[in-house]
Design a protein around this ligand. Structure first.
Ligand code: TRP
Length: 332
């Protein structure tokens, strides 16, 4: 990338239906970032298999995520959009970095502890070394900034530690990446359990999926959990209402103050319907575009091919440098 813009890298696992949490927390922001930065947006299928996947579903979801990336506004002319398994350098660098990552530091990862509790019958080595692969994703492209949610901050810290350790031994090799965590829309909570993050692996009414149909969206919002008083006001302890205000604000562009004024004296019922309709309007537009992209196999393939060619070129440069530094003989 021959310009002086900074580089950003981020990715989403194709492990469930993307939710408005993914949209408001990640995709919507990425769309604006792609104008300012050299951007790489990855569909991290290698990470997805740390939890058992049904092969046909994984294959289908990978293409769905790609079509959704584009429907939300990621532009393959501006950003490098690609599938992780199409660029073998991710797995290759991950092996090398694994030899510079300590068992003890991986054992401290809170996501590993959470996921191994939830998947106690499949606590596999991939789940344990997941952060090393994530470090490889980021470091391969010398990314300066990594837009992620709060929950990934610890993985970014270990990425920095691994990069610093490697640079310390072999001299400057990797750019040390910074997390890029936005405040607004940063964390959308489940609408049925507003103290938990909205998750794409939750199939219940708490998660609103980008591709849900209008009636489903409105029905889910009507059932949203709130609290026992009846004031539409952003305040401490009103997790459900705060979350709905955040969602409404993100979709409508209105501020919290404007929303509180708009719904002064209204009950929760009206507010929930308004949030649902506003969300359904916005998602409806995305869905129309999605339908066009998902039905055009040739275009999806062309985007994946171009994306992985561009990504591979950049990744190879870093990987050759690493191989040379650790002492591997150059392939004649
Ligand atoms: N672990 C991230 C998540 O679950 C996904 C991810 C994989 C990622 N590799 C990445 C995010 C590199 C940012 C950069 O949300």
């Amino acid at each position: 990338m021959l310009n002086d813009k900074k580089t950003i890298f981020s990715g989403i696992q194709p492990s469930g239906n993307l939710t408005i949490g993914n949209y408001l927390g990640s995709l919507k922001n990425w769309v604006t970032l792609q104008d300012e930065y050299n951007s790489l947006f990855c569909i991290v299928d290698l990470h997805a298999i740390t939890v058992r996947q049904i092969p046909a579903d994984l294959r289908k979801r990978t293409l769905e995520v790609l079509a959704l990336y584009m429907a939300c506004g990621l532009d393959p002319e501006k950003s490098i959009i690609f599938v992780q398994s199409h660029v073998p350098a991710h797995a290759e660098l991950s092996w090398v970095l694994g030899c510079y990552t300590m068992f003890g530091e991986l054992s401290r990862m809170t996501q590993f502890k959470d996921k191994s509790e939830k998947n106690s019958q499949n606590v596999n080595a991939g789940l344990f070394t997941y952060p090393v692969l994530m470090a490889a994703d980021i470091l391969l492209y010398q990314a300066d900034l990594v837009p992620v949610g709060e929950d990934q901050k610890q993985h970014l810290e270990i990425t920095r530690d691994i990069a610093e350790r490697f640079n310390g031994v072999y001299g400057d090799t990797f750019t040390i990446p910074e997390p890029f965590i936005r405040k607004v829309g940063g964390k959308i909570m489940s609408i049925s359990e507003p103290t938990k993050k909205m998750s794409k692996s939750d199939s219940g009414d708490g998660s609103v999926c980008i591709l849900d149909d209008r009636d489903t969206i409105i029905r889910k919002f009507k059932r949203a959990v709130t609290d026992s008083d009846c004031e539409i006001k952003f305040s401490e302890g009103k997790d459900g209402i705060n979350n709905l205000i955040m969602i409404y604000s993100a979709f409508s562009g209105k501020t919290t103050d404007e929303i509180e004024a708009e719904f002064m004296g209204n009950g929760y019922g009206n507010f929930k319907i308004a949030v649902g309709e506003c969300c359904a309007d916005a998602l409806g537009k995305i869905k129309d575009k999605y339908n066009l992209y998902i039905s055009d196999k040739a275009q999806l393939e062309a985007v994946m091919r171009t994306g992985s060619d561009k990504a591979s070129y950049l990744a190879r440069k870093t990987l050759s440098k690493v191989y040379r530094k650790v002492g591997f003989v150059t392939k004649p």
